[in-house]
Design a protein around this ligand. Structure first.
Ligand code: NOJ
Length: 980
């Protein structure tokens, strides 16, 4: 590293805080952001004006044009304040009932950015064939839906859009008149503020009168405010945003009458059910902000933006859920309030772009997930190994360090699948280029890890060191692929590598070039990463993008991307393109494409199709541990199921108790990785003393036993879009008691309910059971009984105990032989844990494939259903049957791949033909068996422990039947008959 770079970085590091506190002044509040201030002022004026407030926007009925497909209509919209400006409205009903509402400025001075949806959507949605618009004098409307239960009403004056179900309004746009699309204009000499004449002495001014006078005299000021507040330039700290296009913000109120709870709009460190930001006593004083940002030591409770943005919201009540997605890529602020406990009002304020809203009619959370994933895709099935445990720190300092850490895991019999390398592997932080002083033999090191069935993940950040001896930067610069400043020169900013430049992933010329860099073999066409292998996967960090010396630690908004768009227009999408492209590059680097693993810090709607995310630089505090669970639940709501937070906390040195609890949290997150800041003490689990070391080893092993459950849950999400982690409102949408619960959740459809303990010194935990059903303690089969209206139970939770339950009626498949990594488990036998419902039945699924290629999309997999039922008229018999599911439901088999047929005897199934079920455990039988047999076979070896009922007979330790080696195969049909 050159001395200049060291000095630069040193001065930047010195500028970072030394105390553990958020540098709040690095980031804007709403009142420091011109367009947010204007948006909130608009809403304040509306409130003050009360019933007199009227939106100036209206539809010109004579302009309505219904397209030949009947599902779409367009119309022109005018604002009475600017009759010379034209807006276009387009409404379209998709075949699944989703309504798309677009509004743009027509033939304005400039074009507004309208491509956000094209990055988020998987395809142009198909429109409904079942729509008929009826244009009347006051409105145009359409009734649709399977039972004609949905109705869309667009009122002309003022413009108002309402989606109704069974005659009840579900979503209303511009009902409060906060729609305002600031049109492009030319800068005129500063307008002086019009002072209201002071009332004469003794004269009482009635507020309503004053409003009326103002409205009549200066309607624009009445609506927009009377000054050009930060229209043409904006300063923040030492930064000036030149705003060459002037004001172009977009405000709209989106209200959900009849829905009192809202979820979503990740990423924020707060509760899952979003607290209010408006009203009498708002929980937060600022709106929720969506502006991807590298926030140093972010707060554990705040509406501030952090690394990623998904503008998706669910509005929920006991009898309905509706959703919305706003495809906007610019900075957006969202106010949330409740006029009553039965309704929610939101106000969306974006800096630029068009209005491009997708209204998802529900009516259940499940429907919303399906509707949203039909738009933006699902989380694909990850490589199987990536669901194992990941060991990271900033940094493993040499190849021998990596080897030693691997050795220590093996010596302590702790399973692990992946070792990670942070930025110090790279010479002068020139990513891809090994620092040969410390990593003299990178390929040998990777192979040593791979030899034990493991992988490596190596970091590639988006900032490129601007130096002539860095081929990646050189080529990008030469080809003109870098982001530009407002004056069209190469943008230079500071990040880990000192003076840096950023690739412009919006430029299509970048895409193929970026993919070539990852080829682990020499290319005739240029540089590629030959010192790498197919066992290396990628971590994309700092892609908000983080720019240490930029405004709000990111890029200036007036920087220029491909197509001439300003950074302001695309900021929230920018980071996603980097990791999406990396994911494609990793998949395509080998001749037989393999599933890539790419972890990203920044994300946007659609990121779920390409990889995993984590919650960034959390702190080693109990609050951060707890809020991490909520953030992961909320990004799951936003479609990103593959999510987790740094186990241990990034900053700080967690005491052993905290570390143990954090491992318990991590083991029940879809993405399970320990990570630590460069200044922290080493804290690999093998370094702990007993009993902590032993407890963590058990947690790691528990995660591995449950890999079949996680993998099966990912199969489901890959098809339905239902999240892997399911909070209560998703599982039990009618149960009001669960709406605010965000510290316990279910894993897929497995029936597992977990409440990770995130409190210091806890010895017990309170768990909410939402229904009149048995919930078995996973570890000791204690059967708790919920209640129809919901019930809280208190369960033991000393340090080694995780409150984990199996919902009665579920069958969970596990693999219980301790192994060093997931690869070693590929041929291991299964245990089936049958948790009988109060009716004495159960059901579960198991999905398996090769875990790394795409052969599953061609039908190479095993998908089983295991059902425990009482055969008709045989009250004292239980039949546990394993059936093939693939042939029954080929079209919904996996990853959205459309299969017409499925062959249960496929090559993959054959490759595991001899994999057995080694144990079947049945909890909750009402009597001791007299016989346990495979259908048509001999008596099996089994063991029965009677239950111990508590006083009320409904609760107590359940009876447990353990059938040893039932001699059945996992991929075959069979039945076990139990009689008592
Ligand atoms: C910031 C990331 O959030 C953190 O995980 C990483 O260790 C550092 N960058 C260094 O790469």
């Amino acid at each position: 590293m050159r001395a200049l770079d060291y000095l630069g970085i040193l001065s930047l590091l010195l500028a970072l805080p030394t105390t553990h506190s958020l540098k709040a002044h690095d980031f804007k509040t709403c009142s420091q952001s011109g367009f947010c201030r204007r948006g909130r002022a608009l809403s304040a004026r509306a409130k003050e004006a009360g019933a007199a407030w009227k939106s100036p926007y209206s539809v010109d009925p004579s302009s309505i044009a219904i397209a030949s497909d009947q599902a779409t209509f367009t119309a022109s919209v005018k604002s009475s304040l600017y009759p010379e400006i034209n807006f276009g409205l387009e409404l379209r009903v998709h075949d699944d009932g989703v309504v798309r509402v677009r509004m743009d400025e027509v033939a304005g001075l400039r074009k507004r950015y309208d491509e956000a949806a094209s990055w988020a959507l998987i395809a142009e949605p198909t429109v409904s064939k079942d729509i008929k618009w009826t244009a009347g004098k006051k409105d145009i409307r359409a009734v649709y839906g399977k039972k004609k239960e949905l109705e869309l009403v667009v009122t002309y004056e003022p413009l108002r859009v309402a989606l109704l179900r069974n005659g009840k309004e579900q979503v209303v746009l511009n009902g409060q008149g906060l729609l305002h699309m600031e049109h492009f204009r030319t800068k005129t000499p500063a307008v002086t503020q019009t002072e209201e004449p002071a009332p004469k002495e003794g004269e009482e001014v009635v507020a309503d009168e004053a409003q009326a006078v103002m409205k009549a005299e200066n309607p624009r000021a009445w609506f927009e405010g009377d000054k050009e507040d930060d229209y043409w330039e904006e300063t923040f700290g030492s930064w000036t945003d030149s705003k060459p296009k002037g004001p172009e913000s977009l405000s709209i109120d989106i209200n959900f009458p009849n829905h009192g709870t809202v979820y979503g709009i990740p990423q924020h460190a707060t509760r899952l059910a979003l607290p209010t930001t408006t009203g009498e006593s708002p929980f937060f004083s600022d709106p929720y902000r969506l502006y991807n940002a590298d926030v140093f030591e972010y707060l554990a409770s705040s509406p501030m933006s952090i690394y990623g943005s998904i503008p998706v919201l669910h509005a929920h009540s006991a009898d309905s859920t509706v959703g919305m997605f706003h495809a906007v890529g610019s900075e957006t602020w969202i106010d949330v309030g409740h006029a009553s406990d039965k309704s929610t009002e939101t106000h969306w304020i974006s800096e630029s772009g068009i209005l491009d809203l997708f209204l998802m009619p529900g009516p259940t959370p499940e429907d919303i997930f399906r509707q949203y994933s039909r738009l933006t895709g699902t989380t694909v099935i990850p490589a199987h190994w990536s669901l194992g445990y990941h060991q990271c720190r900033w940094n493993y300092v040499s190849s021998d360090d990596v080897r030693t850490v691997q050795k220590r895991f093996d010596e302590e019999d702790m399973p692990v699948d992946v070792f990670w390398l942070d930025i110090e592997y790279a010479e002068e932080h020139k990513y891809f280029i090994w620092d040969k002083k410390n990593f003299p033999d990178p390929v040998d090191m990777i192979n040593d890890v791979a030899a034990l069935g493991r992988k490596m993940v190596v970091i590639i950040d988006p900032h490129l060191k601007r130096t002539s001896d860095y081929p990646v930067y050189q080529k990008a610069s030469e080809l003109g692929l870098l982001v530009k400043t407002k004056s069209e020169s190469e943008y230079e900013g500071w990040c880990w590598s000192g003076s840096s430049a950023w690739i412009d992933f919006f430029n299509p010329s970048v895409w193929d070039w970026w993919k070539t860099l990852f080829k682990p073999r020499q290319l005739a066409s240029g540089w590629s990463w030959t010192e790498s292998t197919e066992d290396v996967h990628i971590w994309n960090d700092m892609n908000e993008p983080s720019v240490f010396n930029g405004p709000e630690i990111t890029m200036p908004k007036d920087n220029i991307h491909y197509g001439g768009w300003e950074h302001r227009d695309v900021h929230n999408i920018n980071g996603m393109l980097f990791s999406n492209l990396t994911s494609q590059a990793v998949a395509e680097r080998s001749d037989t494409p393999k599933r890539p693993f790419v972890l990203t810090r920044a994300f946007y709607a659609g990121s779920q199709r390409f990889g995993a995310m984590w919650t960034g630089d959390n702190m080693g505090t109990w609050e951060h541990m707890a809020v991490g669970v909520k953030i992961v639940l909320s990004v799951n709501i936003g479609g990103m199921s593959f999510a987790g937070s740094d186990v241990g906390g990034f900053f700080g040195n967690p005491e052993p108790e905290m570390l143990v609890r954090w491992y318990q949290v991590g083991a029940f997150a879809p993405f399970f990785r320990a990570h630590a800041h460069i200044d922290t003490k080493r804290r690999e689990p093998f370094l702990l003393d007993q009993p902590y070391k032993g407890i963590i080893r058990d947690v790691l092993r528990l995660r591995y036993t449950m890999l079949p459950i996680w993998y099966t849950a990912f199969r489901e999400t890959s098809v339905t879009g239902l999240p892997v982690l399911r909070p209560h409102y998703v599982m039990f949408p009618k149960d009001q008691g669960g709406f605010n619960i965000d510290d316990q959740y279910f894993i897929g459809s497995s029936g597992l309910l977990v409440k990770p303990v995130t409190e210091k010194g806890a010895t017990q935990a309170t768990v909410y059971l939402p229904e009149d059903q048995v919930y078995y303690d996973y570890f000791n089969h204690f059967a708790y009984r919920g209640a129809a209206k919901g019930k809280e139970i208190t369960v033991p939770a000393v340090l080694h105990q995780i409150p984990l339950f199996v919902r009665g009626g579920s069958i969970v498949p596990t693999r219980e032989r301790p192994r060093r990594s997931s690869k070693a488990m590929k041929r291991d036998p299964f245990t089936l844990r049958v948790a009988l419902s109060k009716a004495g039945t159960a059901r579960g699924e198991l999905y398996l494939d090769d875990g790394e290629t795409y052969a599953h999309r061609q039908g190479q997999f095993v998908w089983r259903e295991i059902v425990a039922e009482k055969p008709a008229k045989k009250a004292r018999t239980l039949k546990i049957e394993s059936r093939d599911l693939g042939a029954a439901r080929p079209a919904e088999a996996v990853d959205g791949a459309v299969l017409k047929t499925f062959d249960p005897e496929n090559e993959y199934a054959k490759s595991i033909a001899d994999v057995r079920v080694e144990k079947v455990v049945v909890a909750g039988l009402s009597g001791k068996p007299t016989s346990v047999k495979v259908e048509g076979g001999d008596e099996l070896v089994w063991d029965f422990t009677p239950g111990v009922a508590a006083a009320d007979k409904k609760e107590g330790i359940a009876s447990v039947l353990a059938v040893k080696d039932p001699k059945v195969l996992i991929a075959k049909d069979w039945a076990i008959i139990i009689e008592w």
